[in-house]
Design a protein around this ligand. Structure first.
Ligand code: NDP
Length: 401
C-alpha cells in the first residue's frame, strides 16, 4: 500500500485521482496538489460525492524544488504522480530525490522557451535516483505509455524480432467547436507544429510538418486521414527495442482543425516568444491563445465518439513473418460519465494511475530512471483491462503497406 501524491489538477489529474480513489487496495492515502488549489478542491468534492473517498488537497508551485519537496515530506508520499505540465518534470524529479519518493509522469521534459522535447535531461537523473534507491517511471500515459507497453508485449511474447512499427492515434470524437485542442493547447500545438520525424535503418529522417499523410482504417472507428508526427516514445523505443528497422507515429487531424491551425500559425498566434501588448505587459501569443480557446477540461460533456490508439507491429516469429495490430478503443461519453473527463484525459489518466499502481504493488520496480517498455508488459496490460481501457489484438497479413 502506498501514499500517493498527484501533482496537476487538469483533465488528466482529474481522471488519475478518480482512478486512484477506485484502487484503495494499492493506495492507502491520496493527495492532490496543483498551482490552483480550487481546481484540486473541485475534483476532490466530485470524488467524495461519487465514490465517498476523501482526497487531501494542497497548493504547490511545482517549478520550485524546495516547495515541492516540503509538500512530499508533509504528506509523507511514497510515490509522486506528475500530471502537471512537461515544464515541471525536472523540478518534480529533483523534489522526489530530495524528499525520498518514487516518480511517475506522462510526458517528457520540455523547456518553456524552446518547443523541443527529449528524454536527455530526465535520463541524466538516473544516478540521482539510483543513489537514493528510488525509481522514476517516464511516460506512463497512453502515447507515450500504453503504446510502449503494447510494443513491449509484442517484443516479449509475440515476436523473435520486431522490424516495423507504426503507432496510430485516432481521435474520432467531436466536441462541436470549430477549433479546440483535446489537451493542454500549448503543449498540443507545440507538438504538432514541429517538423515530423521518424526512424529508419539507424537514422532519424526529418520531414516538413504534416507532409506525410495516409488514410488509415481504425478498427470499429472508421477511416481517417492520419499525419506523420514526431512523438516522444520513438526516442526510447529506438533505444530499447532491438532489431527495429523503422518506427513511425501517425495522428488523425480533420481538415477543419488543420485549416484553423494554419491560419493561427500564419498570423503568428502559435509563437512562443513573449511580445509586449501594453506598457510593461508581456505575453506570448501562444499563452494568449490558450486563454481564449475552450479549456480542454470543459470538453468532456460535449464530446461524442471514440478514440482508437494502437500499434501495427511487424516482424519474425519462428522464422515466419508476422504482423499484428494491438489497439484500444475508448468512448468519450463513457469516460465522461465515469470521471467527468473526455477520452484524451481518460486514456492518459488511467495508465498514469496504473504506472503508480505497478510501483505501489511492487509489480514493477528498478532503481533509476526507466521507460515503460523496460518492464514486463503483462501485469500492466491486465490492469488496463480491469481499469476501463480494454485492449484488442488482431493478426494482419504480412504484406507490408
Ligand atoms: P492541463 O493543462 O489541463 O492541466 C495541467 C495542470 O497542471 C493544471 O491544473 C495546472 O495548474 C497544473 N500546473 C501547471 N503548472 C504548474 C506548476 N508550476 N505547479 C503546480 N501545478 C501546475 O493539462 P492536461 O491535464 O491535459 O495534461 C497533463 C499532462 O499530461 C501534460 O503534461 C500533458 O502533456 C500530458 N499528456 C500526456 C498524454 C499521453 O498520452 N502521454 C496525453 C495527453 C496529455 P493551473 O490549473 O493553475 O493552470
Amino acid at each position: 500500500m502506498a501514499n500517493l501524491l498527484i501533482i496537476g489538477a487538469g483533465g488528466v489529474g482529474r481522471v488519475a485521482t478518480f482512478k486512484a480513489a477506485m484502487n484503495l487496495d494499492s493506495f492507502e492515502k491520496i493527495s492532490l496538489a496543483s498551482r490552483t488549489k480550487s481546481k484540486c478542491d473541485a475534483i476532490a468534492n466530485d470524488i467524495e460525492k461519487k465514490l465517498g473517498v476523501k482526497i487531501d488537497t494542497y497548493q504547490v508551485d511545482a517549478d520550485n524544488v524546495d516547495e515541492t519537496a516540503q509538500l512530499i515530506t508533509k504528506v509523507g508520499a511514497d510515490i509522486v504522480l506528475n500530471v502537471a505540465l512537461p515544464y515541471q518534470d525536472l523540478t518534480i524529479m529533483d523534489a522526489c530525490v530530495k524528499a525520498g519518493a518514487h516518480y511517475v509522469d506522462t510526458a517528457n521534459y520540455e523547456h518553456p522557451d524552446e518547443a523541443k522535447f527529449e528524454y536527455k535531461l530526465q535520463w541524466a537523473k538516473d544516478d540521482d535516483f539510483k543513489k537514493a534507491h528510488l525509481m522514476a517511471l517516464l511516460g506512463s500515459g497512453f502515447d507515450p505509455g500504453v503504446t510502449n507497453v503494447f510494443i513491449a508485449y509484442a517484443n516479449q511474447y509475440l515476436f523473435d524480432e520486431i522490424h516495423y512499427v507504426d503507432i496510430l492515434d485516432c481521435n474520432a470524437g467531436d466536441h462541436g467547436y470549430p477549433f479546440a485542442t483535446n489537451f493542454n493547447p500549448e503543449i498540443n500545438i507545440r507538438e504538432i507544429t514541429q517538423k515530423g520525424k521518424y526512424w529508419e535503418e539507424g537514422k532519424w529522417i526529418e520531414v516538413e510538418p504534416m507532409s506525410i499523410k495516409m488514410d488509415w482504417e481504425y478498427p470499429k472507428v472508421g477511416t481517417y486521414p492520419s499525419y506523420l508526427l514526431y512523438h516522444e516514445e520513438l526516442e526510447s523505443l529506438v533505444k530499447n527495442i532491438p532489431h527495429l528497422k523503422r518506427i513511425r507515429f501517425f495522428m488523425t487531424f480533420s481538415d477543419k482543425y488543420l485549416k484553423h491551425l494554419e491560419v493561427l500559425q500564419n498570423v503568428g498566434m502559435t509563437n512562443i516568444e513573449p511580445i509586449e501588448v501594453c506598457d510593461g505587459c508581456k505575453i506570448s501569443p501562444m499563452e494568449f491563445l490558450k486563454k481564449v480557446l475552450p479549456d480542454p477540461a470543459s470538453l468532456g460533456e460535449r464530446t461524442k465518439g471514440q478514440t482508437n490508439i494502437g500499434c501495427v507491429i511487424e516482424g519474425i516469429k519462428n522464422g515466419h513473418k508476422r504482423k499484428v495490430y494491438i489497439y484500444q478503443i475508448c468512448d468519450h461519453q463513457c469516460a465522461y460519465r465515469e470521471t467527468g473527463a473526455q477520452c484524451v484525459s481518460y486514456t492518459t489518466g488511467v495508465p498514469a494511475m496504473i504506472g503508480a499502481k505497478m510501483i505501489a504493488d511492487k509489480k514493477w520496480f528498478a532503481e533509476g530512471v526507466h521507460n515503460m517498455e523496460e518492464f514486463d508488459a503483462k501485469p500492466f496490460l491486465d490492469e488496463l483491462n480491469k481499469q476501463g481501457l480494454p485492449w484488442e489484438m488482431i493478426e494482419l497479413n504480412t504484406q507490408k503497406g
